[in-house]
Ligand binder design. Sequence first.
Ligand code: GTQ
Length: 344
Amino acid sequence: MDTRQQLYRDMDPHNLTPLWEVLHALVPPRPNTPCIPALWKYDEVRPFLLRAGAAITAEEAVRRVLILENPKLRGQSAATQSLYAGLQLILPGEIAPSHRHTQSALRFIVEGSGAWTAVDGERTTMRPGDFIITPSWTWHDHGSEADGPVVWLDGLDIPMVRFFDAGFAQNSVGRSQQVARPEGTSFSRFGHNMAPVRHEAPYGATSPIFSYPYERSREALEQLERQAPVDEWDGVKLRYVNPLTGGSPMPTMATFLQKLPKGFSGKPWRQTDGAVYSVVEGSGEVLITHGGEEWRYAFGPRDHFVVPSWHTARLASGPGCVLFSFSDRPVHQALGIHTEERLS
Ligand code: GTQ
């Protein structure tokens, strides 16, 4: 046996291993995610959600969610290395009991109106396209007085918090929390480009607005489409902000809403933050390429797809469409490693 092989074998029981055998994989010339693009057509997912509704109550499940797992991360409850995504179902009259955890959550309402989520004593009614926040370590429960199923996209930083081994969680004694403030209080306080004169940020680095209603966000995009130049890569795209800081609504996740005008054919880009998309209205196509491979997805309302880190993507839409998306961009930015390339 040669000197090196003998060395490796002798030091292995001491939990020692040579860097030079793995250096290129450890410090790759460019991001090399194990994730691949993925698409979940709502027509295919919805029957499974309804079957889940028959198989288990929200109460027993605590959260009745089908996790959107990246095909290359099966078993890890992850859509990308850092992000969790799932579709949660609540049926009329159900309660998903109160708990809290250090993981931050976003909700993006996909189907149905009239369910609510409560965060630290304030309820918000869910309507399709609303973007709702559950800040880290706040009590939250969900319930429904709707007359049909309500489904929303859950986006959480679960894999990130797991990576840092920093997760805590608690169940509440009560099923659902006492309502302490009327609905809309947080929006009145913080949602009009104004803020209380004397206040602390009630949720630290997280936005004090629980719900960013679709009506308002969509209106902004619509007006911009008429009034401002359309971006050749993004169409008309805005990021949601924490009004107290101007930064992302949550410390770990950035969220976006974009409108591709009729006949839009976007230029390709790539970025280090992998993203999860939820199609709100209209239809279109995303073309993703990476290392000689190609994925072409036709999407329609309520479909979901993943564009992984450093994959080249371009968006197109014949009839026009509206897309919600979220990524781990704020963390890349905090670490000073966020990179984006706009290609032609
Ligand atoms: O609604 O609190 O999809 O705690 C995963 C974990 C939803 C929630 C998920 C959760 C929740």
